[in-house]
Design a binder for this molecule. Structure first.
Ligand SMILES: C[S@@+](CC[C@H](N)C(=O)[O-])C[C@H]1O[C@@H](n2cnc3c(N)ncnc32)[C@H](O)[C@@H]1O
Length: 305
């Protein structure tokens, strides 16, 4: 049996029946949070191995996450992988290979009603002579997903500044948000919602809000992703749990709870895990339409194991 177990027995019957009308709803503040949260502290692959198991079907013996699970994550940047690379950041080529292998592992383990959404900002790796290499992370994530037999469900862009703003830093002012299904399908995510042909009410181009820390995920985008998953899965009443193997300080977990889904997170930094257990997302309406989501640190919540 795979292990995504949040430690309590309670009816999950209605919790993912959130509609996008609710997600986009009338002016209101909400910290909703009927979802439960567990945060673990280990290497991501050990975490994935601990929560996947061989499926019952003898034809498919590849490890798989439990049914009703989706992955939403932001994998570490090249600069964050030096600890596992002898104290030096890996080369752009090695980093690209790592991203592909990570995405391939995650996507290959999706259950048939699950998708994986990757939130990744490209990076320029600068050399001593001031030349640089550009790493297009969406390319590597999609290559990894396809190598695992997955498909792209959609690809969105999240902007850090208004279109037309000159770029000042080394890294781009936008983030790729890529949703992939796995080798077992995820038919409800490949359905046209309401015949419109795209993820219900998720803007093609999103505007990022303030993040919790430098490499934190933007809460507005994380909210849209989680609300989309809850709404898209709703007709079949499937997705119950969002898994984030690189949860950092827990923005994605907090947004999953905000839309009523359970959240299972992991990060190898105990310090970030501690914050991830306390983070709460609050939704407010944005003037002129759309939503704002803010994050705050509160008392340790729910059932932490
Ligand atoms: C881009 S950040 C995630 C940001 C997160 N979504 C948030 O909002 O805080 C990547 C995270 O991966 C973690 N990490 C890096 N290497 C890891 C590994 N081998 N296993 C588990 N976590 C790792 C880092 O500690 C970091 O918190």
């Amino acid at each position: 049996m795979a292990r995504v177990s949040l430690g309590v027995t309670r009816s999950l019957g209605t919790r993912n029946r959130i509609s996008m009308a609710h997600a986009e709803g009338a002016p209101q503040n909400s910290t909703d949070s009927s979802g439960r949260r567990v945060v673990e502290t280990q290497d991501w692959l050990a975490f994935m191995n601990a929560h996947t198991s061989a499926p019952a079907s003898s034809e498919d013996d590849r490890p798989v996450l439990p049914a009703h699970t989706c992955v939403v994550t932001s994998a570490p940047d090249v600069s964050e992988l030096s600890a596992s690379n002898g104290g030096r950041a890996p080369s752009p080529e090695a980093y690209g290979e790592w991203l592909e292998s990570m995405a391939s592992t995650v996507v290959s383990r999706l259950p048939e009603d699950g998708v994986a959404v990757f939130y990744q900002t490209d990076v320029r790796v600068v050399y001593n002579d001031d030349s640089f290499s550009y790493v297009d992370k969406s390319y590597h994530v999609i290559a990894g997903a396809r190598a695992a037999g997955g498909k792209v469900v959609w690809h969105r862009i999240a902007l850090k500044s208004a279109p037309g703003t000159p770029s000042t830093g080394m890294n781009p002012m936008y983030t790729h948000v890529v949703c992939c299904s796995g080798p077992r399908g995820a038919p409800s995510f490949h359905q046209r919602p309401n015949g419109l042909g795209g993820p219900a009410q998720m803007p093609d181009v999103l505007t990022r809000g303030p993040c919790e820390w430098k490499r934190g995920t933007d809460p507005v985008v994380a909210y849209y992703i989680c609300a989309y998953i809850a709404a898209q899965a709703a007709p079949c009443a499937t997705t119950r749990t969002i898994v984030d193997p690189f949860c950092g300080t827990g923005c994605i977990l907090a947004c999953a709870n905000l839309v009523g889904l359970d959240a299972l997170g992991n990060d190898y930094s105990p310090k970030r895990c501690k914050v991830a257990r306390t983070l709460v997302a609050t939704r407010t309406s944005r003037e002129g339409g759309g939503v704002d989501v803010t994050l705050s640190r509160e008392e340790p919540r729910n059932l932490i194991v």
